[in-house]
Design a protein around this ligand. Structure first.
Ligand SMILES: NC(=O)c1ccc[n+]([C@@H]2O[C@H](COP(=O)([O-])OP(=O)(O)OC[C@H]3O[C@@H](n4cnc5c(N)ncnc54)[C@H](OP(=O)(O)O)[C@@H]3O)[C@@H](O)[C@H]2O)c1
Length: 338
């Protein structure tokens, strides 16, 4: 039996399917027979050649869930048959982010999950919550953990607080589920009324269509009797940042996560941050320690990341095209088979 993978061989070039020898686990390592991966915006940028200095060829995709099929010497706590998820930052175990912890990303610098068999350090995978499907579990690794760290680790979310999520992608839908499970009040925004209905079904208490109401901050202020939101998950970037600050409560927590509207500057005045007494926190996913706490919460609440659609992994190009169209609500998944 051979392992199979899709790899990037030239920056911005197509994915190429390759056969590989089946890996075996060295000391401190495991081999995971992957069953699912989910797509992140990061993967789109990686495939488009948007990150400089990455090795070629490389196997992309950071998210993964599968079964441990080989365990090397000096590994404790994992056995064959365990179902695990794969960490985004394999070197970030615990503590605050450091340059060393953030220097290695799964799918960028070390082999990613668009393959049947992943060899990884045992401390870079983590047991998956039992109640989740493989795709749901894979989705915890990047967007789920980002939402968790934003709201709970850094934002110290409390029941009854107001959370605003922007749009209906992987991070935002996971943030709806986390906030709802922890007793917060969620205001979801989207460009689509159909997606806003889905957001309500997932746990949003109020919704705003940001295309119909471009001044969506005003709508958030109205929905909160002028107080504003305690937490905002900022995925828009330059074109949404100033409004996010307007929609924030005094002393609120703004998690800066994404830049879906581009990388140009914003006309925001730093004075607005001061006047709001705001905490503006940049977030890049999270550590193993954060993932451990998140998985515990997921297991105890029964929370499930929303999978919008699942593709066969050999149809990765179709799934990536679907991701670019932004018509999904939640995560797009790929089912990996031998
Ligand atoms: N910092 C981190 O650790 C981290 C981790 C994960 C993701 N990210 C970043 O976070 C962003 C979102 O990632 P994702 O995986 O959730 O993406 P995604 O699944 O592709 O989500 C895309 C959705 O975002 C919404 N959107 C687009 N433009 C918007 C705007 N101007 N205002 C409000 N919503 C808008 C749209 O929702 P509607 O169709 O409902 O309007 C769109 O469907 C990306 O920039 C990604 O790179 C960062």
């Amino acid at each position: 039996m051979r392992a199979r993978a899709f790899q990037i061989e030239a920056e911005g070039g197509p994915l190429r399917r390759v056969d590989k020898a089946l890996p075996s686990a060295g000391p401190g390592e495991v081999v995971v027979a992957l069953r699912a991966t989910t797509i992140n915006n990061h993967d789109l940028i990686n495939l488009a050649g948007g990150y400089r200095g990455l090795p070629l060829p490389r196997i992309p995709f950071s998210d993964g869930c599968g079964e441990v099929v080989d365990v090397g010497n000096a590994v404790s706590g994992l056995r064959r048959g365990d179902r695990v998820i794969v960490q985004f930052f394999p070197n970030w175990q615990a503590g605050p982010p450091t340059a060393a912890a953030l220097s290695t990303v799964r799918g960028d610098h070390v082999e990613g999950c668009l393959q049947t068999h992943l060899r990884a350090r045992a401390d870079a995978v983590f047991k998956a919550p039992d109640h989740l499907s493989d795709a749901e579990a894979a989705a915890l690794g990047c967007s789920g953990l980002t939402a968790w760290r934003s709201l709970v680790v850094e934002g110290c979310l409390k029941p009854g607080q107001v959370v605003v999520v922007q749009g209906s992608g992987g991070v935002s839908t996971c943030a709806i589920s986390i906030a709802h499970a922890l007793g917060a009040r969620v205001i979801a925004t989207s460009s689509s009324n159909d997606k806003l209905l889905q957001a309500r079904a997932l746990g949003a208490d109020a919704t705003v269509n940001y295309r119909e109401q471009p001044d969506w901050a005003k709508a958030v202020l109205k929905l909160t009797e002028g107080r504003g939101a305690d937490h905002i998950i900022e995925v828009g970037g330059p074109d949404t940042f100033a409004q996010s600050l307007r929609a924030l409560s005094l002393g609120g927590h703004l998690s800066v996560i994404g830049a879906l509207t581009g990388t140009h500057g914003t006309d925001l005045s730093p004075r607005a941050i001061m006047a709001k007494n705001a905490t503006v926190k940049g977030i890049t996913v999270g550590s193993r320690e954060h993932l451990q706490d998140f998985c515990r919460m997921v297991a105890s609440t029964g929370m499930r990341p929303r999978i919008a659609r699942s593709f066969v992994w050999t149809d990765a190009d179709a799934a990536l095209a679907c991701m670019r169209e932004q018509r999904h609500f939640g995560k797009l998944a790929l089912a990996i088979t031998d």
